[in-house]
Design a protein around this ligand. Structure first.
Ligand code: SF4
Length: 379
């Protein structure tokens, strides 16, 4: 029998798993109905057998040795640096994911795709143990999980996976509002979100909850902010990660927008919603991150409760700017030229943003039109 030469990779991973080795444990999403989500809409969910997954892990382990050997031929130290990465990217694309992982410190593994807690604890524990055995040095293994699947697992089952080596679970909370969850066809309730989140924490796993700013639209923005804060306060997750709604043309929500049944918020309305959410986060010790390209104010981040005042102040600082400065910042942020408000004072960067601003004016386009075009390009 011929040995496999490629392993499967799924389409996405959380932003903070950019340096992780991606191991595909299941394919696509078992739910696949959320209106805002275009990711797996054209693909069917399927489970991978333990044998198939182990074959991928065996191949990855072999490739780790191969990449190290080839890197040694490329430079004396055997380092994976930018040049060796470019070599793998161009000459050995099958090995590139491994080289990329080695370049990023060879410690983290992310299990794809959308929900691996769909497997019973013993199967997932076996896979996680196998990764640790075959790829030594891995210190962090994480996965996405659906709330519905977490609800089906006992704390003991989750503990078994944790003891095998799973470190962290990423959960798409999206909203704590039952009305928003129902409209978006998320297939879970706020009460289930709380139950699932508490279970993950009771099992000793690290919990990362993702919230989508703007998901309530114009009708439910206040309810979305208040109820999401209530659910997060009840869970007290280790991490809260914010991202901003972008309506991708392939997402069913695009149709709702067209029909007028969903009205998205503007950039600044979303900031007001974000402020309301932050204001109402109480009694928790989560670290909050805005580490997604679509979030207007990436610098809204810190550890609760101590950094809450700082985070609110960042939003207030933005609103204290004059309209032209706010527009320049929004434009600069979306164009990838500015990351925080103080960079408006960086003369060369500001000059480039002003150049784009003038071009838009010449073409008769508004900042909002430019931004909307960019927003739909990011997931
Ligand atoms: S948001 Fe998550 S659960 Fe919903 S369809 Fe997308 S991948 Fe599936």
């Amino acid at each position: 029998m011929n040995e496999a030469t490629t392993f499967e990779q799924g389409p996405i991973r959380p932003p903070n798993e950019a340096g992780s080795l991606l191991i595909r444990v299941s394919r696509n999403c078992p739910w696949n109905r959320c209106l805002f989500c275009p990711i797996y809409k054209f693909d069917r969910f399927s489970r991978r057998s333990t044998e198939e997954i182990k074959e991928d892990i065996d191949l990855m382990a072999r490739y780790v040795d191969e990449v190290k050997e080839l890197a040694g031929q490329n430079n004396k130290e055997g380092d994976i640096n930018q040049n060796t990465l470019a070599y793998f990217y161009n000459q050995k694309p099958d090995l590139f994911p491994i080289a990329h992982w080695l370049y990023h410190g060879e410690q983290s593994v992310f299990l794809q795709d959308a929900d691996n807690i769909i497997y019973k604890g013993d199967k997932l524990a076996e896979i996680v143990r196998y990764i640790k055995e075959k790829i030594p040095g891995v210190s962090r293994i994480t996965t996405y999980a659906r709330v519905k699947s977490l609800a089906k697992r006992s704390v003991e089952e989750l503990q078994e996976v944790k003891e095998a080596g799973l470190s962290r679970v990423h959960v798409g909370l999206e909203s704590g509002s039952d009305q928003v969850l129902e409209f978006m066809q998320k297939g879970v309730t706020a009460a289930e979100q709380i139950e699932a989140g508490q279970k993950v924490i009771d099992a000793g796993l690290i919990l990362s909850e993702y919230v989508i700013l703007g998901l309530g639209g114009r009708d439910y923005w206040q309810e979305h902010a208040a109820e999401t804060a209530r659910v997060l306060n009840a869970i007290n997750p280790h991490y809260i990660r914010l991202r901003t709604l972008a309506i991708h043309p392939a997402a069913p929500l695009a149709e709702e927008w067209k029909n007028g049944t969903f009205e998205p918020l503007s950039d600044e309305e979303i900031l007001k919603e974000e402020r309301l959410l932050l204001e109402q986060l109480e009694g928790i010790h989560s670290a909050l991150y805005s580490d997604h390209i679509l979030n207007l104010l990436e610098e809204v981040q810190g550890k609760l409760p101590d950094s809450k005042k700082f985070m609110l102040q960042v939003i207030d600082n933005y609103f204290n700017l004059k309209e032209k400065e706010r527009n320049l910042f929004r434009l600069g942020r979306r164009a990838g030229l500015l990351r925080n408000l103080s960079e408006l004072n960086n003369i060369p960067r500001r000059g480039r943003v002003e150049g784009i601003y003038k071009d838009l004016q010449k073409k008769g386009l508004t900042v909002d039109q430019f931004i909307e075009d960019i927003r739909t390009k990011y997931l």
